[in-house]
Design a protein around this ligand. Structure first.
Ligand SMILES: NC(=O)c1ccc[n+]([C@@H]2O[C@H](COP(=O)([O-])OP(=O)(O)OC[C@H]3O[C@@H](n4cnc5c(N)ncnc54)[C@H](O)[C@@H]3O)[C@@H](O)[C@H]2O)c1
Length: 263
């Protein structure tokens, strides 16, 4: 199947590392031009270099997505550099604490909600007028199955992502008539450097034996019996933002090895 992403202009938030970086390379491989956003300018420079080294076109879109004016400037600059944004991937996120809700820091909670929910809404608010004017656009928001089925010790993060899912469905109803599709890709546990780092910390904390027992227990929650890899998420994102998925909007696509099967 030809996804026909060649020549499309894509903005990916949080693309300085992990899955966002992997997606940037995935789009570039398909011939799309990529605006690379992250709050970390060095990380953006690294992704931009990787895309260019692979023969692609990349634009530095460093910005903190929690500030609406900054986001407006970042998107205007990306639009003039690339010539309009066809595809927006709201991927940036922050998970600061892995602890019980009542022990979480309210300021950290505020920050997580700002990055995940407001960041997604600010980028969508800034990119949609251009999409509507051109009568073409695809937005995909990266959620998590923690938001679909609940996850202890990730309450603030899950709440913010649940907001992203509700936002997706509602905005999809408003902009469908303008030929703009808005969907969610919802990963289960996925081996990004962020998750691998968290797991290494847990391994040290628990000790080898308890760690292995925990791993076996986690694996039983996944009918496919493996943890996701970044390419599993990139493949779903590329598909859902392509014209092959033109009749799909307002949907949540879980990419999770069967971890959650919610109707
Ligand atoms: N890895 C998993 O197991 C997993 C599971 C479910 C969902 N997800 C989701 O997948 C996405 C990618 O996760 P990842 O594992 O690659 O994480 P990651 O931490 O490597 O990537 C997140 C990126 O967002 C950036 N960011 C944070 N605050 C920002 C801000 N204010 N402005 C701009 N950029 C900002 C970070 O600098 C980072 O580069 C996230 O939305 C995450 O919630 C991941």
């Amino acid at each position: 199947m030809d996804l026909d992403l060649n020549g499309k202009n894509v903005l990916i938030t949080g693309a300085g590392s992990g899955m966002g970086q992997h997606m940037a390379l995935g789009y570039a491989k398909e011939g799309a031009k990529v605006a690379v956003n992250d709050i970390n300018g060095d990380a953006v420079a690294e992704t931009v270099k990787m895309v260019r080294d692979a023969g692609g076109t990349a634009h530095d879109a460093t910005a903190d997505i929690t500030d609406l004016n900054t986001v407006g400037d970042m998107i205007a600059s990306a639009e003039s550099a690339l010539g309009g944004i066809d595809i927006l991937v709201n991927n940036a996120a922050l998970l600061t604490e892995h602890t019980l809700f009542l022990e979480t820091d309210p300021d950290a909670c505020d920050r997580e909600i700002r990055v995940i929910l407001y960041g997604t809404m600010y980028c969508s608010r800034s990119v949609l007028p251009g999409m509507i004017e051109r009568g073409y656009g695809k937005i995909v928001n990266i959620a998590t199955d923690a938001a679909r089925v609940g996850q202890e010790r990730e309450v603030n993060y899950s709440a913010a992502k649940g907001g992203v899912i509700a936002f997706t469905k509602s905005i999809a109803k408003e902009v469908g008539r303008h030929n703009v599709n808005v969907n969610v890709v919802s990963p289960g546990a996925t081996n990004s450097p962020m998750r691998i780092g968290l797991q290494e910390g847990l391994r040290k904390k628990l000790g080898e034996e308890a760690w292995k027992a925990r791993e076996a227990k986690v694996m039983r929650l996944y009918p496919i019996r493996r943890i996701g890899e970044m390419e599993d998420i990139t493949n779903a994102v590329l598909f859902i933002t392509s014209d092959a998925a033109r009749h799909i909007t307002g949907q949540v696509l879980s990419v999770n090895g069967g971890f959650a099967m919610v109707g």
